[in-house]
Design a protein around this ligand. Structure first.
Ligand code: UD1
Ligand code: CA
Length: 471
């Protein structure tokens, strides 16, 4: 029968050292929150090991927010939310888990994770589990060696077993120890239930330390990792930026190994939810967010930001463009300095040039809007050319209205379409026109006053340095 494992994620603390009012588990990191990372690592580990798992996230500070965020984000998981009323330490948090999760005491094993270790993956958990089983211990802690042990609990090894001394309580000699506690443990449930009873708060912090369940002389052990990076604990803004730095490198290196040309790894931000096909090129200072997909042959020039968008093969996104919930078909050219807002749907080979904003608009293939225009709430047929400075006047102060332009039409520069309005196919709208009546297919529309030119009259108007010197 599969082992049953209960997962306790300790997430009740405020995280005072972060200095922000947001509870630490909800601090954003690469499109997720800190608490998501250990949760996902635990889920992946249990699936690797084919274990029956149940999860309790211990909440306290901003408990409603943490709970509603996790329920919304992980709809497929059944999560319990034991409440730790006062934050009296990590052992007290685990007691809250056992007291409130009805299933927790019946699990064969209990895995404990802290909410503030976002670099942890299933790999470390798999090693932890394997070592516990191989050595036949009843408890195991993941430890690591570090040049800078400040802030972490020090591991004091005995002939049998070990103990953990927190920074504040450590002697000068103990502080020199560079093997430290990662805050990640697996216990046989019966053992931890018994050992928790013995934990008191007689220490410098006056807290109930979970680390006190480990005692020299008992059947407990450590697995010491040489690479400290997966265990970085985020207690301060500096550590948050270190975590971001490492996550970025890890994600970008994976893409590079998969054939994506990322030219500058540390200055490219790609969230883990983004999918990129081999053969795409990404220049520095690009930000790719959320459910974005990038196909092969796409080039994204510096400074572009793309959120929740689908970019098809061979598209070029020139520098400093901003795309959000947009669909871009093969071989389009976007930017530089283009803005595609939600609901933009471009057909193949469209050209959206500089300072063009498109919103909730469907453009069929080979439409060009090359300069300084606003296209909102529109449907534009294939092969339409729109000149410079075009505007859909889509809003009357109350409602939005649609502009429809049939295929093969030519819309001159500096034209405005007062929606709702329909222009037929192969129509021609002359430059400088304000169009408020429909134009039929093959029709020509012009709406501007006739030009008046008076010879030699400029001198009446030109003053100062512009005045015309009579010879
Ligand atoms: C803890 C460990 C330390 C280890 C380090 C690794 C203890 C006593 N110390 O220290 O040995 O080296 O993690 O990163 O366990 N929490 C609660 N309720 C509380 C207190 C904390 O739920 O009453 C949660 C926090 O939200 C956090 C986690 O427990 O997610 C760890 O707490 P934190 O204050 O960050 O512990 P550290 O000082 O980092
Ligand atoms: Ca911590």
């Amino acid at each position: 029968m599969a082992d049953k494992i209960g997962v306790a994620i300790l997430a009740a603390g405020l995280g005072k050292r972060m200095g922000v009012p947001t509870a630490k588990p909800l601090i954003p990191l690469m499109g997720q929150k800190l608490v998501d990372f250990p949760l996902v690592a635990a889920v992946n580990f249990c699936s690797d090991q084919s274990m029956d798992m149940k999860v309790g996230v211990v909440v306290g500070h901003q408990k409603e927010e943490v709970e509603s965020y996790l329920k919304e984000r992980h709809k497929n998981l059944s999560l319990d939310f034991p409440v730790q009323k006062e934050q009296k330490g990590t052992a007290d948090a685990l007691r809250a888990y056992f007291d409130s999760c009805p299933w927790a005491k019946d699990m064969d094993y209990t895995l404990v994770l802290c909410a503030d270790t976002p670099l942890l993956t299933k790999t470390e958990l798999n090693s932890l589990w394997k070592t516990l089983k191989d050595k036949n211990w009843n408890s195991i802690a993941a430890t690591f060696r570090t040049k800078n042990p400040t802030g972490y609990g020090r591991i004091i090894q005995g002939d049998v077993g070990f103990k953990i001394v927190e920074e504040k309580d450590a002697s000068d000699e103990e502080r020199l120890v560079n093997e430290v506690n990662s805050g990640l443990y697996i216990f046989e449930t019966n053992t931890i239930l018994k050992n928790l009873l013995g934990v008191d708060s007689n220490n410098k912090s006056g807290e109930f330390y979970l680390t006190d369940v480990f005692q020299i002389g008992s059947e407990v052990g450590t697995i010491c990792f040489d690479d400290e990076s997966p265990f970085l604990g985020v207690n301060s803004p500096v550590q948050l930026s270190q975590a971001l730095h490492q996550l970025k490198s890890r994600i970008n290196e994976d893409h590079q190994n998969n054939g994506v040309l990322i030219l500058e790894r540390q200055h490219t931000y790609i969230e883990p939810t983004v999918q990129i096909a081999p053969g795409a090129t990404i220049y520095p200072n690009c930000y790719l967010h959320g459910k974005t997909t990038i196909a092969t042959g796409v080039e994204i020039e510096p400074g572009s930001i793309i959120k929740d968008s689908q970019i098809a093969e061979g598209v070029t996104i020139k520098a400093y463009s901003y795309l959000e919930e947009a669909k871009v078909a093969p071989m389009c050219q976007i930017g530089p300095y283009a803005r595609l807002r939600p609901g933009t749907d471009l057909g193949e080979k469209c050209k959206i040039g500089n300072f063009v904003e498109v919103k909730k608009a469907k453009l069929d293939s080979s439409v060009s809007v090359s300069h300084l225009s606003y296209v909102g709430d529109a449907e534009i047929g294939e092969n339409v050319n729109i000149g410079c400075g075009f505007i859909t006047c889509n809003y009357d102060g109350e409602a939005k209205h649609k502009t429809v332009i049939g295929k093969n039409s030519f819309i001159g520069s500096d034209t405005q379409m007062i929606a709702p309005i329909t222009i037929g196919e192969s129509a021609f709208v002359a430059s400088g026109s304000t169009i408020n009546q429909d134009v039929p297919s093959e029709g020509f529309a012009l709406s501007r006053s006739r030009q008046v030119t008076k010879e030699n009259m400029a001198s009446r108007f030109l003053k100062g340095k512009w005045s015309i010197k009579k010879k």
